[in-house]
Design a protein around this ligand. Structure first.
Ligand code: SF4
Length: 261
């Protein structure tokens, strides 16, 4: 039996691809982005997270080992909603490509049931893994952060070489791909980075569009609950005016962008 480790299942998700979706969050990510709002998704192992209650803090385990069949049973519960809304399932994380056999088996099961399957990925995985799952996907949401390799390494912990290669590979495959850019003040939102992204995006064969995802503070409490220091403590989200300016920049360059995703 193929099993994998996940840390959350979100039903009725509206921002992880088209229509009403179930989003499955895989546990484990090879990156460590400073702005990560799912820090509980980085460690591949189950972890303890505290939760404040009226009667004091209690410890909870984050991370569940689950079999393909059990997970597909959950995904299938909302098939009527997917059909009505042209939705489906989105595999997110963490990094789903970090558990290739599990992901592949889930995708095969979704294909078999005609459930639209999307992958939300950092793109940091061997090309062979991408090639293995790509034919089973109907959509890829590809997170693109920083074009300069040194700055990418500084803010995410890894090189962007393999990420850019995989994005080119996916965009050339015929599978629709949307680029998702986390807009992090002082890290990803500089004019130089945005210009480099536009230039790179213009070379891609099939691009479905760009989503601009403004930095937010939702993950703030999770760092404390995991006993970690929040690297973005005190940082402010980009203003609506700055987000509109960035969207305008992409639109004028001929690369249609949407705020949110
Ligand atoms: S790629 Fe996503 S999940 Fe992984 S560390 Fe970065 S923001 Fe977090």
């Amino acid at each position: 039996m193929t099993v994998g480790t996940i840390f959350k299942i979100k039903r009725y998700a509206l921002h992880d691809g088209p229509g009403i979706r179930t989003t499955v969050f895989f546990k484990g990510c090879p990156l460590s982005c400073r702005w990560c709002h799912n820090p509980e998704g980085i460690d591949p192992q189950a972890q303890t997270m505290s939760r404040r209650t009226a009667s004091g803090d209690i410890d909870e385990t984050v991370g569940t080992v689950i079999g393909v069949e059990a997970l597909v049973n959950v995904i299938e519960k909302d098939v009527l909603f997917y059909d009505e809304s042209r939705g489906g399932v989105t595999f997110s994380g963490g990094e789903p490509l970090g558990q290739p056999a599990f992901l592949d088996a889930l995708l095969a099961a979704c294909n078999h049931r005609d459930i639209h399957a999307a992958l939300d990925t950092s793109g940091f995985a061997p090309a062979a893994v991408v090639d293995r799952v790509l034919p089973r996907l109907q959509l890829v949401l590809f997170d693109l952060k920083i074009m300069d390799p040194d700055r990418h390494r500084r803010y995410t912990g890894v090189s962007n070489r393999i990420i850019l290669e995989n994005l080119t590979r996916i965009a050339g495959s015929g599978t629709p791909v949307r680029i998702r850019i986390p807009v992090i003040p002082g890290m990803t939102d500089g004019d130089g980075n945005l210009t480099a992204i536009v230039r790179f995006a213009s070379t891609l064969k099939a691009l479905d569009g760009i989503d601009l995802l403004p930095f937010h503070r939702i993950g703030e409490g999770k760092y404390r609950r995991l006993g970690l220091v929040d690297p973005m403590a005190g940082a402010a989200p980009p203003s609506p005016a700055r987000m509109a300016e960035i969207k305008d920049f992409f639109d004028r360059a001929g690369v249609a962008a949407t705020i949110g995703g």
